[in-house]
Structures are given as C-alpha cells and as structure tokens.
Design a protein around this ligand. Sequence first.
Ligand code: NAP
Ligand code: MG
Length: 499
Amino acid sequence: MNESPHNTHAQQGIAFLNDGPKKHFIDGNFQPSMSGESIEAFNPATGKRLALLARGRKEDVDAAVSAARKAFEGPWSRFTPHQRATLLMKVVDVLERNYEELATLETLDMGAPLKRTLAMKNVLMQTVTYFSAQALNWSGSTIPNSLPGNFTTLTIKAPLGVVGGIIPWNAPLISMWWIIGGALATGCTAVIKPAEDASLTTLRTAQLLVEAGVPAGVINVVTGLGGEAGEALSAHPDVDRIVFTGSTVTGRKIIQASAVNMKRVQLELGGKSPDIVFADANLDKAVPGAAMGVYNNSGQICTAGTRVFVQRSIHEEFVARLADYSKKIKVGDPFDPDTQLGPLVSEAQLKRVMSYVELGGKEGATLAAGGTRLGGDLANGYYVAPTVFDGVHNDMRIAREEIFGPVLSLITFDTEEEALKLANDTAYGLGGGFWTSNIRTLTKMMNGIKAGKIWVNCWSLNDPAAGFAGYKQSGYGVKGGRDHVEGFLYEKTIYINGD
Ligand code: NAP
Ligand code: MG
C-alpha cells in the first residue's frame, strides 16, 4: 500500500496538508508552539509521515485557556440563544460544503475507510443540527412559593465557562462535537486537546468554525502529547470542566488532576461490552451484527461488543458462520471503495492488538478466524485480519481487558441466568446487546444488563438526541441528549422578596 495511487492522490488533494507544519489554533489563528517543538503525525495505511504537529506544553495551554476566558467574558457572552442557534446552522452549511475534505483528512490520519467516513456525514450534520436546537431549549424554572410573605423563588441557568475537551483518535470528526456542540449551544468556550494520532480534522474544523462566524477564542485547539498538553489542560486552574473520552487509565488521572480547582468532569471511558446470541435469534442478522459490532472501525470503538456469548445449542453453527463471515471481510486500502476495514491507527496499537492475539492462544482459546497481521501490499500499514477466538472463558484476560482491535471472544452459555451473570461479570458497563425473538428474554435482558447503552437485535446505532452514560469503570456524566447540554451549565437559585 506504500505507493497506493488512491492514498497519494487523496493526500495531494488536501491544501490544508500541503501548507507546512500544523500549528495550534488559538484565538482564531494558527500559532506555533512556544517551544518551537513538533511531533509527527502518520498515515496508518502507509506508515509514512503525514504532517508535523505543534507539540503543546503548559505555556501553550495557558495561552489557549486565556483566549477562551477572554472570549467567554467578551462579545460571545452577548450572543443571544437565538444567535447561537443560527450560528450553529451556519456551521452545518460550512461543514456540509467542506465535508469531503474533512472525511479525506480523517481517513488519511486514522485509517477508517473513506466510504465509511463519508457515510458519517449524516451523523455529523444531525449532531450539529441537534445542538442548534438545544441552544434554544434550556432554561431555569420557577418554584411554587411556600415561604411566608410575598416571595418568588426561581432558578437561572448560566454557562459554566471554559471547558477543556480531551478526545481519542478513533472518531475525532464526531467526538470533538461533544465539546464544540455543548459550548456553542450554551455560551461556553473550549480548548480541545485532540489525540496525537489524529489531530488534523479537529484543527481544520476549528478554522472552519471561524469562517462560519464563530468568534475568535471560542473554540481553541492545542495539539501534543497526553502527558504534556492533556495533563496541563486537565490540571489548569482556570478550566471549569473537562469533557473526556478515552481510556479508563487516563480517566483516573483526569479525576485526580481535576481536584486542583474542583473542576466538573465528564468521563466516557473503556468497555468490554457483552453481545448475547440466543438460540432463537435470527442468525442471518445476528452473525453479521455480532461480527461488525466488533470489527467496525477495525475494532476501535468503545462500545464494541467484544465478548460474544452464544447459546450452546447453536454454538457449532454460529461459530462456523461467524468464521466464514469474518474471513470474507475485505481489509485494505482505506481509499478503495470496496474496503470494509482499514488499518489500525498506529504501530503501537498494532503491537498491542497482536500481543493480545498471542495471549489468547497462550490462555487456551482457539483461533476460528484471523489472528494475523496482513502482509503483501499491506505490509507497510497496520492491518490485522478480523479475528475470532472460540472456547474463551470470561476470566481470561482477552475477555476482561479492552483490546481495541478487530478481535472477538466467543463464550458459550446454557441458560439466560448464566448469560446475564457472565455479561455483568466485568469491570466495565459501557454497552451491551443481545439477539432474540422471545419477548420474555428481551425483557429480562434489557432490565438485567448493567450498561449505559443496549442494542436489541441491532448494533452500534447512535442518535445525538439520546443520552448515554457509562456505568462502573466506563465513566460517568451523560453524553448526548438534553442532559449533555445541562452539563455545560450551572444553576443559581434566586429568592426575591416582593414586599
Ligand atoms: P487514551 O490514551 O486515554 O487517550 C485519550 C486522550 O487522552 C488522548 O487525547 C490522549 O493524548 C489524552 N491523554 C493521555 N494521557 C493523558 C493524561 N495524563 N492527561 C490528560 N490527557 C491524556 O485513550 P486511547 O487509547 O487513545 O483511546 C482509546 C480509548 O478510548 C479506549 O479505552 C476506548 O474505549 C476509549 N473510548 C471511549 C469512548 C466512549 O464514548 N466511552 C469513545 C471512544 C473511545 P495522546 O493521544 O497524546 O496520548
Ligand atoms: Mg495519524
């Protein structure tokens, strides 16, 4: 793939990539790191360098936070809800016009097939439109008076202030909007630290926002390393809230860093979600559903149903069909329209995933499909074949730890009770799903599975209007829906003496 005409052509077509090293986006302008240092961004399909990114440190974060504070206190605070809603609709227009470029950049940077990235356009447009509507949809309340005298008691909601956003590399084009959308809908401002492995679409989006009319300083982006720029942002005393999506390990550090000024924190963390296939399921749907519920985005999705529980009476048929389906998936050049799965995001991620594949064998699981890094034309990129481990036990590390690659663990069960017990026997509580045609099983499972999002006879659907929060070590704080917007506000209670 090193010399793929698709890849080279795509890269040449992006002016944003070809105008030199990428800088932070602070106060409406691209600005270099104060230290002058940079880090490299790679194209995971080829292993080649894609761009240089500014390496942000504390002083760069300080500059971005003070630009965000200045904008928060300044003209942005005088935008009415209606003006913010209208502005968000202008943003929808600008994103729509520039979507092909954004999708191409995302694919070059993190490897998801272009066809998939282009298909995400609707999700992005719906998400931004949803936030436009939310700009007009929050309010305080009046409380029926029980106090002696002529009192009116009411609450006012107000924007929290400067919000820090820290996001991972698996879908930045969408995940940055959980910060930008909330800020623009409420009158907050933001500083975003994208993942070092996929920062380009966040930078380009910030620039497009200013083109759409978002005032300078409202949305700022500082690139760099998690342990430097990310840590400085999460520990910054003038940041009021952190919205974090990433691993549980980093989430713990964010909580600790937030103590400095009692920042509010919203955490969307890791998962090891169960997907349960009952004997009465429609296997024509459950086989591709359970497979793509893991392999989608090359397994780099937090809610991936990586523990697939299958009822013993259909185990033989299911594993045969699942293996067959997995072997037919086309893994390859993300710019080839036939490609279903692209590479993993980085060499580090490839090593991590392959070490789990090796571990699965050592733990006694049996490979039913995949288990290899792909070579030949794909040897320079970070490609892994869709992998099925059969004969997995729920106490094996491959069933307990998040792999974040196209690796599925198949676990056999006999009864509903056993399936439920095993499904909930995990440190996480992010997603879950099951496949059945029995309404009693449906009721039992939807009530019994302890997770923030559950798919019944389907997989991986998301609606920005529907809230979602992790359970257990998958985090807390609602993402999506009205409660998401509430997270960018604080409430004041006012007592007025009318006499
Ligand atoms: P990660 O290591 O936690 O990184 C996420 C972000 O945090 C990156 O921007 C990273 O910067 C930054 N970071 C790293 N160390 C930091 C620190 N000490 N202080 C502040 N920020 C720091 O996660 P990842 O491995 O890149 O991403 C995959 C993880 O994200 C998986 O666990 C997945 O389940 C989770 N995820 C969850 C959701 C959800 O909605 N629940 C969605 C998507 C992904 P660098 O990139 O520079 O390290
Ligand atoms: Mg990259």
